[in-house]
Design a protein around this ligand. Structure first.
Ligand SMILES: [Fe+2]
Length: 364
């Protein structure tokens, strides 16, 4: 039997009624501790607006590649604008790039001082010329709504751990939050059932990910229900004695709910009390189907320290999550690992005075 992943009502967290807050806290502890994933009710995402945005995004991705190419910004490590297919690779994957193309935009204000320190993590948004109707407005409205839902859950997560309720929300203020729109590509008849994945198994490197749900399109390009029971989000549960590799569980939100997932940053801060969910997006077993979906990534502000909070420091967690790094350093390293930033980005992490000495010695 499939284990049941708890749902939390965001209004319970905000209610200040002890019984409702405790009910929410218990659901959060069980969901984020065991599965690294939780379903959210009363999240503020309107499905009509979501579908309207997906139509606008679909109109963009339907354009010929040469029209999208100018928005694929290698110089910005693809942190804004279009990510072409065959670009991103999951770190622990078999090396096969994901079968998807994406778009990135930041829906909330960034901290200008931090943006100056990490220009590629905080660039200005890029919007296509001749935008499909509703593209920018729909994008920003969706991102802001998902961000609000995420902050509400982060307050609940802090209370569930017995921390001051603004512990996490304070640490994300002005961070490089980004909303991603995704187009999972159709498989050809000879590609189906060959193990090709829409998204290889990975854990997210940010703090918390919000997934409002996607929309399938049939080979005629019309919105449709799922083509089969194979395609979608699967997560791997925490390993235990009975299941040393964890168990693969389907993540389907109950009607009217959205999904929130723990990222690596939240796992590190909690010393593993909350678990970064390994997850995979499987492709359908039939050709020609596509899926549009979106995700909002909440990040720690880049100068926050990434290490277990004092409450979660034990000899074991200190060993597991050392050495401590800044969230921005962690992001740069990860973006190199997944193929979005160039290897040279890592040189920025080092001691740059060597270069100056070299330059001085080279002068005649
Ligand atoms: Fe992910």
């Amino acid at each position: 039997m499939d284990p049941s992943i708890p749902t939390v009502d965001l209004e319970d967290i905000a209610s200040h009624e002890p019984a409702r807050v405790e009910q929410a806290s218990a659901a959060i502890r069980e969901a984020l501790g065991t599965y690294g994933l939780i379903y959210l009710r009363n999240h503020g995402i309107n499905t009509v607006d979501l579908d309207r945005f997906y139509d606008a995004f679909r109109a963009f991705v339907a354009r010929p590649e040469e029209q999208k190419r100018p928005y694929g910004r290698v110089d910005l490590w693809f942190q804004r604008g279009w990510t072409p297919p065959n670009t991103e690779i999951a770190v622990a994957s078999s090396g096969q790039p994901d079968f998807k193309e994406c778009y990135f935009a930041a829906p909330v204000e960034v901290d200008p001082r931090v943006a100056a320190q990490y220009p590629e993590l905080y660039p200005e948004n890029i919007w296509p010329d001749d935008e499909p109707a509703g593209f920018r407005e729909g994008y920003l409205a969706l991102g802001k709504a998902l961000h609000r839902a995420g902050l509400a859950l982060l307050r609940g997560a802090a209370m569930a751990l017995g921390l001051p309720d603004d512990t996490f929300t304070r640490m994300v203020e002005g961070g490089p939050h980004v909303t991603r729109a995704l187009n999972y590509l159709p498989l050809s008849p000879d590609q189906v059932n060959k193990g090709i994945l829409w998204g290889e198994e990975h854990t997210d490197f940010n703090l918390l990910t919000l997934l409002p749900g996607g929309r399938f399109y049939n080979p005629e390009g019309k919105p449709a229900g799922p083509p089969d029971d194979k395609s979608g989000l699967y997560l791997r549960t925490r390993a235990n004695a009975e299941h040393p590799q964890g168990r693969m569980v389907r993540g389907i939100a109950p009607e009217g709910c959205i999904v929130a997932q723990v990222g690596q940053q939240l796992e590190i801060l909690t010393g593993g009390v909350f678990l970064a969910t390994p997850h995979v997006i499987t492709a359908p077993g039939v050709p020609g189907w596509t899926r549009i979906s979106s995700a909002h990534f909440i990040h720690l502000q880049s100068n926050q320290f990434l290490f277990p909070l004092e409450k979660f420091q034990t000899p074991e967690t200190i060993r597991n999550y050392s050495p401590p790094v800044l969230a921005g350093t962690y992001a740069i390293k990860t973006l190199v690992d997944i193929g979005l930033a160039p290897k040279e980005a890592l040189d920025k992490l080092g001691y740059r005075h060597y270069d100056r000495l070299d330059a001085m010695r080279a002068r005649k």
